[in-house]
Design a protein around this ligand. Sequence first.
Ligand SMILES: *Cc1c(COP(=O)(O)O)cnc(C)c1O
Length: 487
Amino acid sequence: MKDLSTRAASNDKSDRKRFCEILLEGLAPDGGLYLPESYPQVDAATLSKWRGLSYADLAFEVLSLYIDDIPAADLKAICRKTYTAEVFGTAEIVPLKKLQDGLYLEALSNGPTLAFKDMAMQLLGNLFEYELARRGEELNILGATSGDTGSAAEYAMRGKQGVRVFMTSPYGRMSPFQQAQMFSLQDANIHNLAVKGVFDDCQDMVKAVSNDLAFKRQYKIGTVNSINWARLMAQVVYYFAGYFQATKNSPHPNPPPAGEGETQKVSFSVPSGNFGNVCAGHVARMMGLPIDHLVVATNENDVLDEFFRTGVYRVRGSADTHETSSPSMDISKASNFERFVFDLLGRDGEKTRSLFHDQLNATGRFDLSADPAFAQAAQAYGFVSGKSTHADRLATIRDTHQRFGVMIDTHTADGLKVAREHLTPGVSMIVLETALPIKFAETIVEALGCEPDRPAKFIGIEALPKRVQVMDADVQAVKAYITQHCA
Ligand SMILES: *Cc1c(COP(=O)(O)O)cnc(C)c1O
């Protein structure tokens, strides 16, 4: 199985790469995103076979359909080392919680940093360590974070051979809990750089360093951003795991149609920002997992909801990007969206390039409303969408707590609010729980008047000694720091 760029000319197969070649890369050289040449098909018999597997072994089965340049025994060992009850809290790894008949929460937030990014990042840490050792190379990951991604990357890479992490964050702007999570790490290969500025300053500095190609090469600078194909692929697994749990007692409709096994459909509602999470659902659906709808839930930053309602994709400037109480979905453009549009357009790389490169650069928008392909987004690909606001979040958090005694975080609340607008009789709806409420305590207090539950291992973390370097928003200072710490 090779991977191609979403901007590759359809008749050009020269740039196709294998998994380990793109593992440590970000964008394709032509500016596109990598996707597999085709989606391996999983039939009903295979689904039945996978149903009984542990999460780690299910991950191995899914991943091995895409990865043919890591020996199977090694890949299985990597999966088993990654998805353990010790790291993710339960044997199920992503346990399903029933709210009411046909409505579930799937917990993707029981990993080390209590947000769904751990699901993929923990695997990435082990894959990086494996591949770097195999090549005899090192990698210095430079990133910018406003919270979730940076901490997930640090917890995934801590103590790993051959990898250092340099994570910039806006000084004093993350929640005390988030700061404590990151800055209390004492591992020598983890470097926290608190920058006197805002998140955009951090991101600009990371870009400036990466654009200095000589520096980038000499210091082996890499990233772990959400467009990494390995991250997306790791996320495909929990769609299968959620499906198996929701259909456990009724693997097929009653009575099952003749000759069919696993045909019971489920829908997923996904709190979305950069479209990475729900794009993995799209991949699972393309592989044949019986998914009815993929519900894209946005907050006030509704770039994606606008597209699925109208066919117009319009990126926002920073002035039009709202700071909300579900901050991990505060995006101005959805960096993984190009992958889906590529499929929607029948994998036409030239057309994808003209939309995402030419038109977005020239006008900041493109319009598919008159394109016959647009109707297929819902009809053939199952996508529907909706939007949730701060008031909706408060109401949903309150309602869920009162009726079911369950505390949910603000992002999950967006997902649940929009899920309820798309319930179909006879089709179970699984809302992906993307973070635990403790990460966004302020809004929980606003909604419920009490502090969220705190998992035992996080009690008192704000008081731990902190390891962080405060610096000005100065590219030279970041480079100097990296140079000094790459000995
Ligand atoms: C990153 C994140 C999201 C958004 O996921 P995307 O893959 O960017 O769509 C939603 N909720 C939480 C808690 C997150 O950390």
